[in-house]
Design a protein around this ligand. Structure first.
Ligand code: APR
Length: 235
């Protein structure tokens, strides 16, 4: 088996769980606390924008109180030392990959620390609240919404993701349940394009069948172990 050169890493909420950020579908997770239809759809936003803004304001505030964990730090080390192609595609809207030092990161579901103007479509770094309807710094309209991809909306940069999947010889999935498409379909596409596929997760995900190898455990242990392995040249 030749050494991998081009790697795509997909991360989900499980990689940030040990930093104190709730996942979505685990016991006590966000989707047990809130109705998806109310807080994560364009229809829910149209129906009750205050409810939605309050939900994301609370998450935006919370993410600024937590820190990256050893799994984020290990991927940042990989990013710094990997000479081949690497893309960390995250479904997460937190900034913990970047705060750990990773640079080759793509947020396919958007970012909490960004606001999107529904009028002029400009994006603005944002760490404050949106509930009080601040004006867009670009066009002045009171039309700022969380820069997060809701159900029924198209994820960001799909072409760039598929360009990397086509060149990948290793696809690694970390801390995701495999419940949400199109991300949940990447493993099958990567496999059919010839890549080796590895899953690092607390439990087997819904797409576990498509992985050549599946390791169960906590991301803070599995990811540093895997990064050490991949950075150690085989003799
Ligand atoms: N280490 C490793 N894996 C973990 C850990 C941990 N410490 N804690 C939880 N997990 C695993 C769970 O076993 C589960 O498989 O992480 C996964 C989290 O799954 P979800 O809560 O479904 O989160 P995710 O897969 O990222 O959700 C995908 O759904 O709600 C939408 O847009 C949202 O991006 C999100 C998408």
């Amino acid at each position: 088996m030749s050494e991998p050169r081009n790697i795509v890493v997909l991360t989900g909420a499980g990689i940030s769980a040990e930093s104190g950020i709730d996942t979505f579908r685990d016991a006590g997770g966000l989707w047990e606390q809130h109705r998806v239809e109310d807080v994560a759809t364009p229809e829910g936003f149209a129906r009750d924008p205050e409810l939605v803004q309050r939900f994301y304001d609370a998450r935006r505030e919370a993410v600024q109180r937590v820190s990256p964990n050893p799994a984020h730090e290990a991927l940042a080390k990989l990013d710094a030392e990997w000479e081949g192609e690497l893309l960390i595609v995250t479904q997460n809207v937190d900034d913990l990959h970047e705060r750990a030092g990773a640079r080759r990161v793509l947020h396919m579901h958007g970012e909490l620390l960004s606001a999107l103007c529904a009028r002029c479509e400009a994006r603005h770094s944002w760490s404050e609240t949106l509930l009080d309807q601040p004006a867009c710094p670009g066009c002045g309209a009171q039309a700022l919404r969380p820069d997060v991809v809701w159900f029924g909306e198209m994820p960001y940069q799909m072409e760039r993701i598929y360009a990397h999947l086509r060149r990948a010889d290793l696809f690694v999935s970390i801390g995701t349940s495999g419940a949400v498409y199109p991300a949940a379909g990447f493993v099958r596409d990567a496999r059919e394009l010839g890549a080796r596929t590895l899953e690092l997760n607390l439990e087997r995900s819904e797409g576990s069948y498509w992985f050549n190898e599946s390791r169960q455990g906590r991301a803070s242990e599995l990811v540093p172990e895997w990064v050490k392995e991949i950075l150690t040249p085989s003799v």
